[in-house]
Unconditional design. Structure first.
Length: 454
């Protein structure tokens, strides 16, 4: 029997140490080391590793760009996030909290990628369960194979037999290799399995999606370590109580990083939402107070979102401040600015803040629309129809330009808004598109008249 060898791994970053450490020297996290038994096989373990063709250094000018076409996944949102389709031979990590819909998305991709041979490997569900899910999705595909297996060597053997164009591994935490003695999901297993899959992908040109679970506090090892290995990292996020999901590109060696894809989880799978503004704007019969529309940009994609605020008299000494999907410290700052610069008595008020669709936003360009919603609720006056805002608010109440303001203005114009309120600093360098009036303000004191009068 091979000699037992132990090592300690950091659960956060995968740093390996011969003895237990309280603090990881690589990532600086405390109390993240766990013992694992590792037994490395004597010879280079996997067949694919030894079959790899030898390469020699080349001049950069002599390297021929790959003639491979990007693969069309037949899903506009996924193609967009990947940077225009899937690059053959790429390794894509799809991370997200349990239950968010990673298995659904990846099975749906395997089924809709017509013209490609796909293999969906699940270590979590039986073939029957996957079959039932496929039935629920209601997409048929003769070239899509499903396979329930957890041993990496078997999976690689089957991939070599079947020669699929795209493989999905659901999930990296459930598969293991024989060459290491620690349990599935441990740092060394995840690293070894991912490295073998990477070698396979690069030598054969097969694209592989690896699914990785992350928990809210990031305790399960995996995705963090994998981020260095893979070519593309996608994160699937959303509020479990809501039907909207965002697929976000965190890292992409073949395209823009900050692309997002928006989906809606329906009974029969995920529907791509090509125009997010449509779902994030409600249409009311009568104007309501406390509602404002902000022109936002997530990554490179502009969309308009409805901001709702409720300002009421505080019943207790300390007023409540409650923000859903938004940084509550930033909200406190905006309220303090309103108190000091506009003279609104916010210290007597409870304030609740909410975004349409349960969206989580961190865009500082939405400051102005948040302030607008608060002002509207405070005075109980509805913002005039067809107005939206885009701008950052500073501590002295000055309105600063939001990043990519021009894109926000174009999106507002495209959606038929009549007026957009932006920072006065932009006056010289913005060419307003047709059909929309751009209102420039320098200070939030100028905001109420712009919101309530024509
Ligand atoms: P799942 O893909 O299993 O999540 P993950 O792999 O990220 O853990 O999706 C789980 C949820 O999605 C589950 O609560 C049921 C729901 N769902 C739908 O709403 N519609 C569907 O068509 C499918 C297949 C799942
Ligand atoms: Mg799953």
């Amino acid at each position: 029997m091979a000699k037992q060898k132990k090592a300690y791994f950091c659960r956060e970053c995968g740093f390996e140490a011969p003895k237990w450490l309280g603090r990881c020297p690589a990532c600086g996290e405390w109390n993240t080391f766990a013992e694992e038994i590792i037994v490395k096989a004597s010879s280079a373990s996997l067949a694919v590793a030894t079959n790899a063709p030898q390469s020699t250094p080349q001049r950069v000018s002599e390297v021929k760009p790959s003639t491979h076409q990007r693969l069309d996944m037949h899903n506009a949102e996924v193609n967009r996030v990947l940077g225009g389709g899937l690059v053959p031979g790429s390794l894509v990590l799809l991370g997200g909290e349990p239950g968010i819909g990673k298995s659904t998305l990846s099975l749906q991709l395997a089924l809709t990628a017509h013209g490609l041979r796909t293999l969906y490997v699940s270590g979590e569900e039986s073939a029957e369960q996957i079959g039932m899910r496929a039935e629920r999705l209601g997409i048929g595909n003769e070239e899509c194979y499903i396979y329930s297996e957890t041993l990496l060597e078997n999976i690689l053997h089957q991939i070599e037999q079947q020669r699929p164009d795209v493989v999905v591994i659901d999930s990296i935490q459930t598969i293991f290799t024989n060459t290491i003695d620690s349990s599935a999901g441990s740092v060394s297993q995840i690293r070894e399995c991912a490295a073998s899959l990477l070698k396979y992908a690069k030598t054969t040109g097969t694209s592989i999606f690896i699914i990785g679970h992350i928990t809210k506090d990031g305790t399960i090892a995996g995705p963090k370590i994998l981020e260095h290995i893979v070519d593309v990292v996608l994160q699937f996020e959303g509020d479990g109580n809501n039907v909207y999901r965002i697929l976000r590109g965190i890292k992409n060696r073949f395209g823009a990083t900050f692309e997002i894809g928006v989906f809606e989880m329906l009974d029969n799978g995920l529907r791509a939402v090509e125009n997010p503004s449509e779902i994030l704007l409600s249409h009311y019969e009568e104007p309501l107070s406390g509602i404002a529309v902000g022109a936002s940009v997530d990554g490179v994609r502009p969309y308009l979102i409805e901001v709702q605020a409720l300002v009421t008299n505080a019943a207790y000494g300390t007023p409540q401040r409650n923000a859903t999907g938004y940084d509550s410290r930033r909200m406190s700052m905006l309220l303090a600015v309103l108190e000091k610069r506009v003279g609104m008595k916010m210290y007597q008020k409870d304030v609740f803040l909410n975004f349409a669709g349960g969206f989580r936003v961190a865009d500082t360009g939405l400051d102005l629309s948040i302030v607008a919603a608060v002002i509207s609720s405070y005075y109980d006056r509805a913002v005039l129809d067809g107005i939206c805002c885009a701008g950052e608010v500073g501590l002295s109440g000055e309105v600063r330009p939001a990043p990519r303001s021009e894109q926000r203005i174009s999106e507002a114009a495209r959606l038929g808004f009549k007026k957009i309120i932006v920072s006065g600093f932009l006056r010289k360098n913005i060419k307003a598109p047709k059909g929309i009036e751009v209102v420039y303000i320098n200070n939030i004191g100028e905001l109420p008249p712009a919101l309530f009068t024509n």
